[in-house]
Design a protein around this ligand. Structure first.
Ligand code: AMP
Length: 408
């Protein structure tokens, strides 16, 4: 039995989930928030029912990691640091360097740093988390799990933009996609639920959260995905615009008397999507609540649903068929209404809804009826579990290599 911790470090936060492996049992999870700011917050849930909360200044990521490990000791979740044998770090941009999760060494850290130009906020934050854990748990295996690596199997036809080829060749401008760990996880669960080998399936996984992306998973591999060079493209999101015409940027900069690109990119990232259309909220719960009396809230829902339907149609055509659709993340898991609206619009594909099952929450479930031509599933995503599994797989592999060398 070993303990593996999955880490998601943001610029001012650090989320964690501690697993007992291979049982995949969650023994603690929590959040260190407002790192480096005043009024830091620590929240930990453990032993299923217990919780710990404290407001205190957290100077930087290194202090957050030290506090985290000391709290795990204090709360009797671990007896000593050494019990944690593996640390898995979510890393946002893996570029074309990383097609799979990897054991972190100095070279990997340098590459993650080099890739910061593709994710200027996230990669440096991820690296801070990596360095902090390396310092305090030097013997634990450290693994990087990239949001982009699942999408590295996309063919050139699907990852290239129709811009001068040199932009790709010289500067790496292409579709990288995101949410790869989530799409990879739910696709596997879907195949298990369908009792068919993943390698034989054509799936479309819809990760619909505050950030949202859709992925065509053909024969177990990412074939196309809606997010692009950055997470700004694809379907309408909470505050991100999704697909737009870039030529409007200079037009709107003039109209709004903006002087720099970051200003308008900020609006496209933070003031658009459901929030921009509705003018009320980026949260689908608010949109659903207000839509009866607010035309723009209704419009926001309509556009969101239309985008999901549009991508499912496009990806079905690209893959030449479809066996299953998965809904996951905040909206995908919790909004029976969005699922129903999407499925109704896909009735032409022979999709039929199981109204009762579609109301259920919390557990993976088929939400289409038995006679549906395409299976539709709601599957709660678990990126942290996928990270912990990758750590375990790589830890087992390095043990194997080690024992071969020593046997030889
Ligand atoms: P995530 O980014 O996966 O955490 O998803 C967060 C988003 O899920 C929120 O901003 C909401 O829009 C959406 N959400 C969460 N719960 C519900 C719900 N019960 N009904 C509709 N949308 C929900």
């Amino acid at each position: 039995m070993q303990k593996i911790i999955a880490i998601n470090a943001g610029s001012s936060s650090l989320k964690f989930k501690l697993f007992e492996m291979p049982e995949e049992k969650v023994i603690a999870k929590g959040l260190f928030d407002r790192i480096g700011l005043d009024e830091g917050k620590i929240k930990i849930k453990y032993n299923k029912t217990k919780s710990f909360e404290k407001a205190e200044h957290i100077e930087n990521h290194a202090t957050a990691v030290k506090k985290l490990l000391d709290l795990l000791l204090e709360l009797d979740i671990i007896k000593e640091y050494a019990e944690i044998t593996g640390v898995g770090h979510r890393v946002v941009a893996g570029g074309e360097f990383f097609k799979k999760s990897v054991v972190i060494n100095t070279k990997v850290m340098r590459q993650i740093n080099e890739l910061a130009e593709y994710a200027p906020i996230h990669n440096p934050a991820n690296l801070m988390g990596i360095k902090a854990f390396k310092k305090i748990l030097p013997k634990a295996i450290a693994v990087a799990v990239f949001d982009t690596s699942f999408h590295q199997t996309m063919p050139k036809t699907n990852f290239l933009f129709s811009v001068p080829y040199e932009w790709y060749h010289n500067y790496g401008v292409r579709r990288y996609g995101a949410h790869g760990t989530s799409h990879r996880y739910v696709a596997r669960v879907a195949a298990r639920m369908m009792e068919r080998p993943l390698k034989e399936l054509k799936l479309i996984t819809c990760h619909l959260g505050a950030g949202a992306s859709i992925c065509a998973v053909k024969n177990g591999k990412s074939f196309d995905t809606s997010m692009g060079f950055t997470p700004l493209t694809g379907i309408t999101m909470g505050t991100r615009s999704g697909d737009t015409d870039v030529a409007m940027i200079s037009f709107m900069m003039q109209k709004l008397k903006m002087h720099s690109m970051p200003e308008i990119i900020y609006d496209l990232n933070k003031k658009s999507g459901l929030l921009g259309i509705s003018g009320i909220s980026s949260d689908m719960r608010d949109i659903e609540e207000k839509k009866a009396t607010n035309e723009r809230a209704q419009l926001a829902e309509d556009i969101f649903v239309k985008d999901v339907v549009k991508y499912i149609g496009a990806y079905t055509a690209e893959m030449g068929g479809l066996d299953g659709i998965v809904f996951t993340a905040g909206i995908g898991e919790n909004s029976a209404r969005v699922r129903e609206l999407v499925m109704k619009r896909l009735a032409y594909m022979g999709i039929t809804i199981d109204q009762e099952k579609n109301k259920l929450r919390g557990q993976a479930e088929f939400v289409s009826s038995l006679d549906s031509k395409v299976a539709v599933m709601m599957i709660p995503t678990d990126e942290e579990l996928m990270i912990a599994r990758d750590v375990q797989t790589l830890a087992d592999k390095s043990k194997e290599v080690y024992s071969k060398i020593h046997a030889g």
